[in-house]
Design a binder for this molecule. Structure first.
Ligand SMILES: [Zn+2]
Length: 226
């Protein structure tokens, strides 16, 4: 019997491709997707994107509400503060969209599920580019949190990050190769019907789509510039 896995699914490019990658190329069955509603400005869009993606891959979908996270952090993703619009990360814009220990929190919640319901793996969409900015997207973090689960759970689930050595361009390339339904994704930090095209997450997604000849998805996902 294959190992059972949980995916942390935000509905963005990375977690969606991580889900597809795990289903197609890894020795596991991804059975459950967890999406977190922590009061982020894009929550509604992330939840509806995740629903469509989970349905496409025939994975059960559960939304976990953490409404208190906005009371204990001051990130612009959850506060009244404006989300920075820039195509490169400065230490100020990085701090502005940083939610301390967010991935640690989500992975620990997933580990509790694993221990109760017999899942062996947690699939996590960390990638090389974000690892350069956010320490909780690195291979060192993945190894360290796996070590803690050896003490905090009985089943000792393992976090797997299939995209950790890839940058955005590589990830879009994999998505195209594996026919990932990119029309469903939502990577923008802001609220709005379509991707704003102006936040840091949008810049990188758009660039990677164009580099891979995916103008069609730019037209579908992004607001018209004129
Ligand atoms: Zn955006």
């Amino acid at each position: 019997m294959k190992n059972k896995a949980i995916i942390l699914l935000s509905g963005g490019l990375d977690s969606t491709v991580a889900l597809s990658y795990a289903q197609k190329h890894m020795d596991c069955d991804v059975e459950l997707a967890l999406t977190f509603d922590y009061g982020q400005k894009s929550a509604e869009n992330e939840i509806s994107a995740s629903e469509k993606i989970a349905e496409h891959y025939e994975v059960s979908h559960k939304i976990i509400e953490l409404p208190w996270l906005r009371d204990i952090t001051n990130s612009s993703l959850v506060s009244g503060e404006e989300i920075p619009t820039s195509d490169f990360m400065t230490s100020d814009s990085m701090k502005s969209v940083w939610i301390p220990n967010r991935n640690g929190l989500f992975l620990n919640i997933a580990a509790s599920f694993c221990d109760s319901y017999g899942y062996n793996y947690i699939i996590f969409g960390a990638n090389k580019e974000e690892g350069l900015t956010f320490p909780d997207n690195t291979e060192d973090f993945r190894v360290a949190i796996n070590k803690t689960f050896e003490f905090s759970t009985l089943l000792k689930p393992k976090v797997l990050a299939p995209l950790i050595n890839y940058n955005k361009n590589d990830i879009v390339k994999i998505a195209v190769r594996d026919a990932v339904p990119l029309e469903y994704i939502r990577s923008c930090y802001r609220l709005g019907e379509k991707h704003c095209g102006k936040c840091e997450s949008c810049y990188h997604l758009k660039e990677a789509l164009l580099a891979n000849g995916c103008q069609k998805y730019v037209d579908i996902l992004f607001e018209n510039e004129d």
